[in-house]
Design a protein around this ligand. Sequence first.
Ligand SMILES: [Cu+2]
Length: 157
Amino acid sequence: MTPAAALASAFALILSADADQVQAAAAPITASTVWSRPATAGLPTGVAYLTLIDHAPTPDRLMGGSSPKAGRVSLHYSVMKAGVMSMLAVDGGLELPPGRAVTLAPGGYHLMLGGLKGGLRVGETYPLTLRFAHARPVTVKVQVRAGPDPMAGMKMP
Ligand SMILES: [Cu+2]
């Protein structure tokens, strides 16, 4: 191998290593079924739910988020205490084990939108940026709908 060829192949190695890293960093965590319940204009709070998968080989944590739709977005957990549903702020985030789907759904974990601006209308979408302990922030589109699955209330024939 000539010195020039050796240099060229060294560059090719560096380039391909970089490309792999960029790809891995592009979407280490994916979100699906991102939705909010409707909220009347004037209500100070809203709630967002979603399913997350950490594609990295190591665990991560969902810490919270931000949205132009809200003054603040924080991770909450709903608990039933003496027959009353109440919510706790989750400090330290929600664990995302590698390769396993973690779902935030009614009655459990959710993202609480505080200082909600203009309510949430069915059919509306808004951006929500998710913050993790390790991965870079991911911005998702939240869809406002009446329930998690439009077919859920339908009877099977
Ligand atoms: Cu809450």
